[in-house]
Ligand binder design. Structure first.
Ligand code: ACM
Ligand code: ZN
Length: 689
């Protein structure tokens, strides 16, 4: 009584299906094979979540509601991007992504196969690409890397195809090419051997489009990669290519002259050279039967005739491309389509790349901008994609945590008509999907209890303190005050908690299906105001000492050699002792310890925040980021202080941890009265010694 069929006369677009469930039978009809596959996915979603597990479950209600569904996708390109370059990801892990994503009718997985930090696909003609470019030595001396053999990629292509997922390979050019240049220095303008790139960002060592050999290389690579990936589209990157080496390269300048690529009001000669290089790629791809896709920078210098534009820097590039009659895939980072952004308060969530973007933002995103709709150009928008860059995603758990449930919002904007969008109903379905994720063994984000005004796990009170919690979407929170782990049936948080003495709050979120977030522990300590210090004729600024070497943790300073002493006027001098080139390569590493007095403007409980390693006030460790990736302030702390001068000590290690180079930090210390909304920066006028 369960009937599956394909009927190409069905009055639906491709990938469409009907699903009819009555008390007698289930009938799923696909317009095509993909349509039938999607009918089956919907059928799964009508069954209880336990259907997703691998083991037989007793006691579930194995019924399907009676429905009559007629369904088809809004967009042909429903994409998720995977970055195995910054951190490697096994084929098995990608298969697991595909399994889950295909269930939500995602049909495109964009594989970002090459970047500065790693070349991840075997190219038989150029074995050093993976032998050398596939591995990097990290700051701490460990080796990170990996690559996919062509055999593994063929297997992955077949696996994806069984789930109606097309893999789009990306081979980056002309920028993000360090891994290739490390293997074959002749591909760059300077043709010099360069070292590994273990931080993130952009660099000016790029492919040389002046040298014909670069295009021979790229054609060889395209030839081998095209033979593996049968899809229509081939991504050539094209983003974030710094062009200063081209300005100084005789071959590049000769190419500019020969091709007549002069500066004009709109573009520089070098931007036109990039456009020339992309145009060459388009011709190469055409030979192999592929269509070129590139990031929106490929608009600079003029778009190649048949290029598809992936609009990531907002929608502007996508709109311009559609207006020129080109296909567009929308993936604007600030609209929530970059899944490496935070899903909640950065002081409670695991490290992310971009600032917090609410789930509702991606859910409410409409990939067709109004101006294209008005001008009758909406059909140029062939789809929408979410990108998961992996700079700070070190393992599969972290990737899944960032991907789910946001990929469900992406799936919905890619598939469903605008008219049926309903965020509160979506949340109901996300809660249901969370149960399914558990059965599937997939990690996913559950909103954490956060504190308004910024989460902080080390609070201080003098007389009394009120502590509040919220979640990024309305969900139940439970807590204990007795030090035990809260469970589903622990006391529900219903409003602010007031304390007059030491306390330990353990709090977590519980979804309607009983799934719980991790526990946040917030310590509350009672203190009396620390009196100010009497300092006679203080000098302005702090006394600092620094020592050169590679220190990853504060304890490593035990091995420090000689220290040099100096005076500093501002906190920014703590982090700016050495040159900081734009690409942050070859910076000289050191440790600094700055001491003196900080002027506290009024008596009260003060909260401090800094990206430096440690902040001590009156001999107490108030902020401790020791050993963490210090991209954002990770651990704010509080102390009760009387107005006046207080001894401070700041420890800063210039190093690289988890790919973040602290040379990018500004040394700032931010402070506020605990109950205030906003922090202010400590100013040089507050520093004495
Ligand atoms: C990009 O995020 N650089 C495409
Ligand atoms: Zn060059």
């Amino acid at each position: 009584n369960i009937i599956f069929s394909i009927d190409d006369s069905l009055d639906l677009p491709c990938e469409g299906y009907t699903l009819t469930v009555t008390d007698e039978k289930v009938e799923a009809v696909g317009k095509d094979a993909a349509g039938l596959f999607y009918a089956v996915q919907s059928l799964y979603q009508l069954l209880p979540p336990q259907i997703e597990g691998k083991r037989r479950v007793r006691g579930a209600d194995w019924t399907i509601p009676c429905v009559s569904v007629r369904d088809y996708p809004r967009f042909a390109w429903r994409g998720v991007h995977v970055d195995p370059c910054r951190h490697f990801l096994s084929v098995e892990a990608i298969k697991k992504h595909i399994d889950i994503l295909a269930g939500y009718k995602i049909n495109t997985v964009h594989l970002h196969l090459t970047d500065d930090q790693g070349w991840r696909i075997e190219i038989k003609k150029y074995p050093k690409l993976t032998e050398i470019g596939g591995w990097r030595t990290e700051f701490d001396g460990s080796i990170h890397g990996g690559f996919y053999t062509q055999e593994e990629m063929r297997d992955l292509v077949a696996y994806a195809a069984e789930r109606f997922v097309t893999l789009v390979p990306e081979i980056e050019m002309p920028g993000h090419a360090i891994a290739a240049v490390r293997a074959y220095p002749e591909l760059s303008c300077e043709k010099k051997q360069i070292g590994t790139f273990y931080t993130w960002g952009t660099t000016n060592t790029v492919f040389c489009p002046g040298d014909e050999h670069t295009f021979e290389f790229l054609e060889d690579v395209v030839g081998e990669v095209s033979a593996i990936f049968p899809g229509e589209y081939f991504h050539i990157g094209g983003d974030e290519c710094l062009k200063d080496k081209w300005e100084a390269c005789p071959a590049c300048q000769a190419r500019i002259a020969a091709e007549g690529l002069e500066d004009d009001d709109e573009y520089t000669a070098e931007q036109k050279l990039q456009s020339y290089a992309v145009g060459r790629m388009e011709k190469i791809l055409e030979k192999y039967g592929k269509k070129l896709v590139g990031w929106d920078e490929i608009l600079e210098g003029g778009l190649s005739p048949n290029a598809t534009v992936m609009s990531w820097q907002g929608e502007r590039g996508g709109i311009a491309a559609a207006q020129q009659g080109h296909e567009v895939v929308m993936t604007p980072s600030h609209e929530g389509l970059y899944l490496d952004s935070y899903q909640g308060d950065s002081k409670a969530e695991p490290l992310g790349f971009g600032r917090y973007i609410p789930l509702e933002k991606i859910y409410s995103y409409n990939p067709v901008p109004e101006v294209l709709e008005q001008d009758g150009l909406s059909s140029y928008v062939i789809g929408v994609q979410a990108n998961l860059w992996s700079e700070y995603l070190y393992d599969l758990d972290q990737r899944e945590y960032m991907l789910f449930p946001r990929a469900l919002a992406l799936a919905e904007i890619a598939w469903s008509p605008l008219e049926v969008k309903d965020f509160s109903d979506f949340i109901r379905r996300v809660d249901d999907a969370s149960f399914r994720f558990e059965c599937q063994g997939v990690r996913y984000h559950i909103p954490l209890p956060e504190q308004p005004g910024g989460s902080c796990s080390n609070l201080v009170l003098t007389d009394s303190k009120t502590v509040s919690f919220k979640t990024t979407r309305p969900e139940k929170m439970v807590y204990t005050l007795n030090g035990r782990e809260p469970g589903k049936n622990s006391k529900e948080y219903t409003g602010p908690l007031t304390f007059t003495d030491d306390a330990v709050i353990k709090i977590r979120t519980v979804l309607p299906g009983g799934q719980m977030s991790r526990v946040r522990t917030v310590n509350v300590k009672k203190q009396t105001l620390v009196p100010a210090s009497e300092v006679e004729n203080p000098d302005s600024g702090l006394v600092m000492k620094k020592t050169y070497g590679r220190f990853l943790k504060v304890a490593d300073l035990d091995t420090a050699g000689t220290w040099e002493s100096l005076k500093i006027r501002s906190l920014s001098e703590i982090t700016s002792q050495e040159a900081r080139p734009r690409d942050m390569q070859n910076v000289k590493f050191y440790a600094a310890e700055a001491e003196g007095y900080l002027e506290i403007p009024q008596s009260g409980v003060w909260r401090f925040s800094t990206d430096s390693d440690q902040l001590w006030v009156d001999g107490k460790l108030v902020v401790n980021n020791d050993g963490l990736v210090k991209r954002y302030s990770r651990n704010d702390g509080e102390i009760a202080l009387e107005a006046g001068l207080h001894p401070v000590k700041i420890l800063f290690l210039s190093n690289v941890a988890g790919g973040w180079t602290t040379a990018r930090n500004d040394g700032s210390i931010r402070m506020k009265i605990s109950s205030d909304e906003d922090f202010f920066d400590v100013e040089p006028e507050q520093l004495f010694n």
